[in-house]
Design a protein around this ligand. Structure first.
Ligand SMILES: Nc1nc2c(ncn2[C@@H]2O[C@H](COP(=O)(O)OP(=O)(O)OP(=O)(O)O)[C@@H](O)[C@H]2O)c(=O)[nH]1
Ligand SMILES: [Mg+2]
Length: 432
């Protein structure tokens, strides 16, 4: 089995800011607050698409970002919600937090979704901050930044198509020609002893090809490790039956060669004999190969099999063969019913439901205050607005931040860090 692994960065959309504004009416000099709320940012979501079989797309692009929410406006108009960004992944994708290595999700069924980072909440408009003593709040909340992080995607790949044939027909040479796989190639039988996998691409389709060790007559009885090698073929939807057109080895009547392989597949399992097959005639560059190719072409036409003459060495005929294989793999994937119910599970990533507050000594001699809710409150505050800062201070007091700081030994004048902001500690008990 072949493992495809990528590391990507995902950033969810920031929330839009709430708006501080006041109603304007011809006969009222200053109307009530009417600032709309900011829209929440979009999430980044992984979603299984069974038409995919590789993580190839993620090898080219590594940064993904969803849309931000827009800001609230006057006259009570709320900002729009940012669109979520959906990243299609193949079934069998395991998702990990790149920093901790913790598994966040194991995506297996078509349509299954996993929210990997959540969009930031929108800030509330100033109309939410009206109290009996504060009729005209001049401040609104800022939006929350969207979550971001590095995640790792891992896929254990199964082959869509398997290169099957007698030893030395050029299976390894073919996979080397159509993919980045670099198996050993040599002029003696059983050069390949374990399957190699490669990803081939034709047009917009990519698929996984397996280069399976050569089969010989009697393989289904165990000859030449036949049982083990035949097992590698069982999980591929399409068989690429490779036949040597050069006639340069012992027997090498290509029609007979095809019959030998067909016989071994059938003897191993009826189901393998019935599996869709495309016949690939290799070594068309060799003298005498054209003649053999005509024979195989006629035989395949009779047998109702698609046939492509190619040369792994010169590249002749490879393009048309790849296009046909890609089309067939695509067709087979669509006709294979997706396992499990559609849109069944939706994982939700909950980073830490911890609502607590912790106070620890900071490196600079000040204090670090940590906790999801306090950090959020700080992030949402427009520090350039005095009224907003006063509101935050009361809120932090209510949350017990001051009490926690005093208990930890903080003194007036100490520096206190909460999220990205630093304050000077000033104990005053309840203000206002
Ligand atoms: N002229 C010519 N030689 C080829 C071509 N393809 C493969 N060969 C040669 O055929 C020999 C066997 O090639 P491999 O790719 O190792 O064959 P294989 O089917 O993987 O063999 P096993 O792993 O032993 O089953 C090597 O010497 C290759 O260079 C081709 O298209 N034209
Ligand atoms: Mg080989």
């Amino acid at each position: 089995m072949f493992i495809d692994e990528v590391k990507i960065h995902v950033k969810a959309g920031d929330g839009g800011a709430g708006c501080a504004s006041f109603r304007r009416e011809a006969h009222v000099p200053k109307g009530g607050p009417d600032g709309g709320d900011g829209g929440p940012g979009g999430d980044v979501v992984l979603q299984v698409d069974t038409a995919l079989s590789t993580l190839l797309d993620f090898h080219y692009k590594r940064h993904f970002k969803s849309e931000r929410g827009t800001h609230g406006k006057g006259s009570g108009r709320d900002g729009a919600t940012g669109d979520e960004l959906v990243l299609p992944v193949p079934a069998g994708t395991i998702v990990r937090d790149a920093e901790t290595g913790a598994v966040i999700g194991d995506l297996t069924t078509h349509g299954q979704r996993l929210v990997v980072v959540r969009g930031g909440g929108g800030g509330r408009g100033n109309r939410h901050f009206v109290t009996s003593t504060r009729r005209a709040p001049t401040f609104a909340e800022l939006g929350e930044p969207g979550e971001e992080r590095w995640i790792e995607l891992e896929l254990k790949m199964l082959a869509d198509a398997a290169l099957v044939g007698l030893p030395s027909v050029g299976k390894s040479s073919l996979i080397a020609r159509i993919s980045a796989a670099r198996p050993k190639i040599a002029d003696y039988p059983f050069t390949t002893l374990v399957p190699n996998l490669g990803v081939a691409t034709s047009g917009e389709h990519s698929f996984v090809v397996a280069d399976v060790p050569g089969l010989i007559e009697g393989a289904s009885d165990g000859a030449g490790l036949g049982h083990e090698f035949l097992r590698h073929i069982e999980r591929s939807a399409l068989i690429l039956h490779v036949v040597d057109l050069s006639g340069s080895y012992e027997r090498r009547d290509p029609i007979e060669d095809i019959a030998v392989i067909d016989g071994e597949l059938a003897a191993h399992a009826d189901e393998l004999a019935a599996r869709p097959q495309i016949v690939v005639g290799n070594k068309i560059d060799m003298p005498g190969a054209e003649e053999n190719s005509s024979l195989v072409a006629a035989w395949c036409a009779d047998a109702g099999r698609e046939y492509f003459p190619v040369s792994a060495v010169t590249g002749d005929g490879i393009g048309p063969m790849l296009r046909a294989v890609a089309a067939k793999v695509h067709e087979l994937r669509l006709s294979t019913p997706a396992e499990g119910p559609m849109y069944e599970a939706e994982y939700r990533y909950a980073p830490d439901a911890d609502r607590g507050i912790s106070v620890t000594r900071a490196e600079d001699g000040g204090w670090d205050v940590m906790g999801r809710d306090v950090e959020r409150a700080v992030i949402r505050t427009d520090m350039s607005n005095e009224e907003a800062v006063a509101y935050l201070q009361r809120k932090l007091d209510r949350m017990g931040v001051e009490a926690r700081l005093l208990a930890a030994g903080a003194r007036d004048g100490d520096t206190v860090h909460i999220g990205p902001v630093s304050f000077e500690f000033e104990s005053h008990g309840e203000s206002e």
